[in-house]
Design a protein around this ligand. Structure first.
Ligand code: FEO
Length: 395
């Protein structure tokens, strides 16, 4: 990338798009790429806020040098140590002699473990400040948003929140960088997928971060991923607030695991019956076809969840097991849940789905139901009540 973009006053965006990486954290598909945002403040003192993934670095150093225009880089502020943002720390440290790294105690433990850097460190804690001249920066510790060492940097002068992963999104910045330059419809799904996949597990910590930020005027939200919010920052703040409180939309996602099509037939029947009960947002997914990343996004989006599994070696189907394990790991909450399945030899699908529901303390809206053998009109009738109950529960 060969351009830098002014954000506000002396603050410049020097991020990059990554359309080559296929899997974020080697797990989550990047169908539309991802952006790594980094910011340079040219004031009486100069400061870089977060770096980028090293494999996407390109001419990053050159761009910083062009903005510095012969001046030195005084500070590198490290809000988060995950390598998509810390990837260029060693390069910056080696290239800009005398630069001071600004981070917290947990950050510096990792900086030493990664790059053996022990010098030129300025350790900050909650509420500490850094005066750049015009810009006065304040540091807010926000552990677990996204990982334990995470902090945010608040620019009191221009009221910019450099929020790290918080308020971020998957999706490359295809020309438009600011919220007023993009059609948000393109980003909303990718933003929720990012939230649910990456940050969702720590929703309670997101709420704690919100409590800390309460009352702070925010004109610009500058996350490390996705659009920069300068026209309507309250929109992204409200979305993250809603998602971290597990608030969802009216609708039901049905996810099935089926080997021979029997459980799939039940899923279609339940979907039809839910529609007859007046729910319009119904999504049916085959766990063997749709990546878990998209399934989790859909689960986060809709209030109702219906899981169905065939039996497999007296357990539930392995890919359904993987999904439920991930949901357990994420501490999924506030879902209206229904379960179904089928079996041909021994059972085990529904039995294990029930154990998942109990472990996650999710409310079952109806008694789970299971079919032996192939579904027919008579056998399917038992799912009428389940469909009615889940439809009522999500309205
Ligand atoms: Fe974008 Fe947690 O790294």
């Amino acid at each position: 990338m060969y351009y830098n973009v002014p954000v506000v006053g002396k603050v410049h965006w020097i991020g990059v798009n990554d359309r080559r990486k296929r899997l974020f954290e080697n797990i989550w598909p990047l169908d539309r790429g991802v952006a790594y945002n980094s910011f340079l403040i040219i004031d009486d003192k100069t400061a870089l806020v977060d770096t980028i993934e090293d494999r996407a670095a390109g001419n990053y150093i050159e761009r910083i040098e062009s903005l510095l225009n012969g001046r030195s880089l005084d500070y590198l502020i490290i809000n988060h140590m995950e390598p998509d943002h810390s990837g260029e720390i060693k390069e910056i440290f080696n290239h800009f002699k005398g630069v001071k790294l600004v981070g917290n105690a947990k950050t510096f433990k990792m900086v030493e473990a990664y790059w053996s850097i022990k010098d030129n460190l300025i350790q900050v804690d909650d509420g500490d400040t850094l005066d750049l001249g015009h810009h006065k920066l304040k540091f807010v510790m926000t552990p677990w948003v996204h990982w334990p060492e995470t902090m945010m940097t608040y620019d009191e002068t221009e009221q910019i929140l450099f929020s790290g992963d918080a308020f971020g999104s998957f999706g490359a910045l295809d020309g438009g960088i600011f919220d007023d330059e993009i059609n948000f419809d393109f980003f909303e799904d990718e933003m929720r997928r990012y939230y649910s996949n990456i940050v969702g597990k720590y929703s309670n910590m997101v709420q704690k971060a919100f409590a800390k930020l309460k009352g702070i005027p925010i004109k610009v939200v500058a996350s490390t991923h996705g659009p920069i919010w300068r026209s309507n920052p309250s929109k992204v703040i409200e979305l993250y607030d809603r998602w971290s409180r597990y608030e969802a939309e009216e609708g039901v996602v049905i996810i099935f695991a089926s080997m021979y099509g029997n459980t799939e037939d039940i899923a279609d029947y339940i979907g039809r019956k839910i529609a007859e009960n007046g729910v319009k947002n119904i999504r049916i997914h085959d766990v063997s076809r749709t990546h878990i990343s998209h399934l989790i996004n859909e689960i986060w989006k809709y209030r109702g969840l219906v899981l169905g599994s065939c039996a497999y070696n007296s357990e539930m189907f392995p890919l359904m097991e993987q999904l439920t394990r991930e949901l357990t790991h994420m501490g999924i909450k506030n879902k209206k849940l229904a379960l179904f399945g089928s079996y041909s030899w021994n059972g085990g699908g529904v039995k294990n789905l029930k154990m998942f529901a109990e472990e996650c303390k999710l409310e079952l809206v109806a008694e789970p139901a299971e079919i032996y053998g192939k579904p027919n009109a008579e056998k399917l009738q038992q799912f009428d009540e389940l469909a009615k109950k889940i439809a009522e529960s999500v309205k």
